[in-house]
Every structure is written in structure tokens, then in C-alpha cells.
Design a protein. Structure first.
Length: 460
């Protein structure tokens, strides 16, 4: 499946991917389309076979901090309006432990015999560390790691990070004298590579171990990237190494939260993107990454691929899998069956990476069709491969593309088909938009919504 990798009506941000047995599981927050607030009261779980990470199955609501239509809350201290943020799940001695960050309430640890739950409360966190450090027992964005020697650690924080060791016999008690604050600094620490404010800790800690190296993935200060720092110990010190992905690269930005995981021999970074014109309506995405012998992870571009290696241009492409979306345009969900890109203006660029057009040396032309909803304005949609009309329109693409055609869009809802130049091979595809208005009319239509794009297809 392309990005987003879950069904498009599902909103699972803050994804913590885990491989248990022969399946990959995703745990995260649960947003709703067009919501005016982050998250709701449930944890949903999806999983897929490691040898086919496109075949996702929903396990439903596996933990609740508020009453739902089918169940009472699994917590008796949180009330009816509690919200569950950014959980994590780890396995220890055949049991699966869920670490819940409950907005404004003491957090807890829940347990299950199965990675897909259901989870039952084991205990609230037990600790002797200062309340101001753990936000009164909330333990924001808990990330938990069980090392090869059986010792367990928890990493948390918002604006300021801390870690501590867990009692491995119960997995909810913080061991005395193990607290370490600012393991990823909140103030400049040039000696460890944290030499700019952008590299400092914001939130979203996630710990992984690769070989003998400990990787802390986190959301850095005030930017839509995921950064990583490494250490030869689970308690640091950590050295800043770089960024893995930027979910705001030529796309509506906001926070980000995710982690890395190896699925069937391939490493991936899980992250999320904003939709519905809001930072509170987020869908999970994934990109392939590479971990080099020196431990570095080259930063990857955001794509429309998900777990695919290429998209098929000869199958209908839903517009909402765009990985480039500028000029104020955004994806919106009209209903569970329908999503479109709206607020398309002459300043907008929409892009998709990557389509494999295959080999066809006999065709000089092909057809392009788009399903649109007119907004009362005549305009043209230009079709480019590998870039756009000028090299300065996008931050993430610095090449001038080749225009292979355009279609004219009218006032009403329609399917428009036009003959364009045929191409072969693997290419990114971009759309730009223009009108024939000039003078004061051009200024009047600058920023005006031209139409909504639902889907498109190439046909030979």
C-alpha cells in the first residue's frame, strides 16, 4: 500500500512500530478526520505479516481511558473526557506491556498475553522522582526499551527529556537513583553535537538498538523532522547524528513522532503527515531507510510509496497520496469513501514519488485523465515529470522538470481526458496550475481555490 500505509480513513499518528514474532504491529495515538483536538480515548492496533507489510489487519480498540460505545473505560481514575496520547508496547518474558500517556492524568502500565491485546491495567507508575520531572506522574510520550541483559528503561519528556530504569520484575516501578535528566539536551551542548536550537529535544522519544549502538529517535525543537542521536549505552551520553525524515518538506507541517524498525530485512522510518487543514488530523506514513556501517542514517525524502517500491501509473491514483502539497492546498476527507485535495491555487504544486511507466518504445503519446470538482474558475493543470517549471518552487526538489502535457479544467464536476507525451522509466510526477487572467484579474484570482482533485490515471 502507498502512503498512508493504513486504510485512508484511519488516523494513527505517533506510530511506534514493533515486530513481535512474524508480524509487525503499529501502536500510536488515534486522531479523527477534521478534528479540532489531538487524539481520543482509545488505542487501536493494526498488524501485518512481516513478509507482506501491505496486508494490514485491524485489531480494534485494545485499550481505553474513557467510555466508548462498546466498553467502559479500562482506567477508573481518568473520567469520561480523558485522551490517550503516544503509547508504547514492549515484550518482556512472554508478556506485553503497554505504557500509556493520558492527557492531564497519571499514566499507567497495562499488560496482555498478546501483542494485539486486549490490555488490562497493571498499575499506575510507581516512582520517587520529583513530580515536576515526570509531570505529576503523567510520563509524557513514554518510550520503553528492554535490553539484551533484561534491564528495562523508560524515556519521556516534553520540552525537557528524562530517562530512568524500570524494575524488570514488575515493569511499572521506577528504580531509585536511576533518573537522568536532559539525556537529549533542551539547551545547547556543542560537545555532543547539539550545537543549534533546532537539534534540541522537543518530544517523542523512541529507543532502538542496532547491533551494539543505541538509537534515540526524537522530535527536535520546533520543526517537523525526526532526529536521531546515538550512544554505546542505553543511558547515554547521546551524540546528535542527524535527521531521518522531514514530514514538512513541501507539505503542510506540524509535529512529528515515529521510530525505526526492521521488517523482513529492510529498515523503515514510521512517521505521520497532516491532513484536513489541521495539525490535529494525522495519518501514518513510512519510508525505507538505510543504516550505514558507521551507524549513520542518511536522511530520506518523503514519498507516496509506503511499502511499495514504485507506483503504477496505469492504475487509478487517489490524489490524497500526494507527498508534495504546497501553496495552501491540503487533503480533506469528505466521508469515509471520499478524500480530495482542495484549496488548489496558482501557487500550488502537487507531487507524487515515484511512478514506474515501464518500457514502451513504440508510443509517442498517451492519455491522462483526472477526476475533478470544478469551483467556477477556468484553469489549466500542467503535468511535469522529475521537477517543475522553475527550480525555486520547491525546497525538496531542485531540478527543473519536463512538461509532458496539460489539461483544461472548467466550472463543473467532470472527468477530463487529454493526450500528453508518453514517457518510460521511473519518474516523480508534479502538477502546477495556471489561469489566463492578467492585470488586476490575475491579482484577484491569486490565492483563489480553482478546483478539487480527486484522482487521476495515465493510459496508453
Amino acid at each position: 500500500m502507498a502512503n498512508p500505509y493504513l486504510p485512508k480513513w484511519e488516523y494513527i499518528p505517533d506510530g511506534e512500530p514493533r515486530v513481535f514474532g512474524d508480524r509487525v504491529y503499529i501502536y500510536g495515538s488515534h486522531d479523527k478526520a477534521g478534528s479540532g483536538s489531538f487524539c481520543d480515548c482509545v488505542l487501536k492496533c493494526w498488524s501485518a505479516p512481516v513478509d507482506n507489510p501491505n496486508q494490514w489487519v485491524c485489531h480494534g480498540d485494545i485499550f481505553r481511558v474513557g467510555k466508548t460505545r462498546d466498553h467502559e473505560s479500562d482506567t477508573d481514575w481518568t473520567g469520561d473526557k480523558a485522551k490517550l496520547f503516544a503509547p508504547d508496547v514492549v515484550e518482556k518474558d512472554g508478556k506485553y506491556f503497554l505504557y500509556a500517556y493520558i492527557e492531564g492524568k497519571k499514566g499507567c502500565v497495562a499488560v496482555s498475553d498478546h501483542p494485539e491485546g486486549p490490555f488490562k491495567v497493571l498499575s499506575q507508575y510507581k516512582y520517587n522522582i520529583p513530580e515536576e520531572v515526570c509531570n505529576g506522574g503523567i510520563f509524557i510520550d513514554p518510550a520503553v526499551f528492554v535490553d539484551d541483559d533484561g534491564r528495562a528503561y523508560i524515556y519521556c519528556g516534553y520540552l525537557k527529556s528524562f530517562l530512568a530504569e524500570l524494575n524488570p520484575d514488575n515493569m511499572y516501578e521506577i528504580l531509585d537513583d536511576t533518573l537522568i535528566e536532559d539525556f537529549i539536551p533542551s539547551e545547547l551542548r556543542p560537545e555532543d553535537g547539539f550545537d543549534s536550537k533546532e537539534k534540541l529535544f522537543f518530544e517523542a522519544a523512541s529507543m532502538r538498538k542496532v547491533g551494539d549502538t543505541y538509537y534515540m529517535i526524537y522530535s527536535p525543537n520546533d520543526c517537523p523532522k525526526l532526529a536521531y542521536a546515538t550512544s554505546d549505552s542505553p543511558v547515554g551520553p547521546f551524540k546528535f547524528r542527524g535527521y531521518i525524515v522531514d514530514s514538512g518538506a513541501d507539505y503542510p507541517d506540524g509535529n512529528d513522532h515515529g521510530s525505526i524498525i526492521n521488517v523482513n530485512g529492510q529498515w523503515y522510518i514510521f512517521y505521520h503527515r497532516m491532513t484536513n487543514g489541521s495539525i490535529m488530523s494525522r495519518r501514518g506514513c513510512v519510508e525505507r531507510i538505510e543504516i550505514l556501517p558507521d551507524g549513520t542514517i542518511p536522511m530520506v525524502e518523503t514519498t507516496s510509496l509506503g511499502f511499495e517500491t514504485s507506483l503504477n501509473p496505469y492504475q487509478i491514483t487517489d490524489a490524497d497520496i500526494a507527498c508534495i502539497l504546497t501553496g495552501g492546498a491540503f487533503v480533506t476527507e469528505r466521508n469515509v469513501f471520499s478524500r480530495v485535495i482542495r484549496n488548489i491555487t496558482t501557487e500550488t504544486v502537487i507531487g507524487y514519488k515515484y511512478f514506474d511507466f515501464g518500457d514502451d518504445f513504440g508510443s509517442k503519446t498517451m492519455e491522462f485523465a483526472a477526476k475533478v470538482r470544478g469551483m467556477g474558475t477556468d484553469c489549466r493543470m500542467n503535468i511535469y515529470i522529475d521537477g517543475v517549471d522553475t527550480a525555486d518552487r520547491l525546497k525538496s526538489v531542485n531540478t527543473i522538470g519536463k512538461k509532458i502535457g496539460s489539461i483544461t479544467i472548467g466550472h463543473d464536476d467532470s472527468v477530463i481526458t487529454e493526450v500528453i507525451e508518453a514517457v518510460t522509466g521511473r519518474h516523480s510526477v508534479f502538477f502546477t496550475f495556471e489561469t489566463d487572467y492578467s492585470g488586476w484579474m490575475a491579482d484577484y484570482f491569486k490565492g483563489r481555490s480553482l478546483f478539487e482533485l480527486e484522482s487521476f490515471v495515465f493510459m496508453k
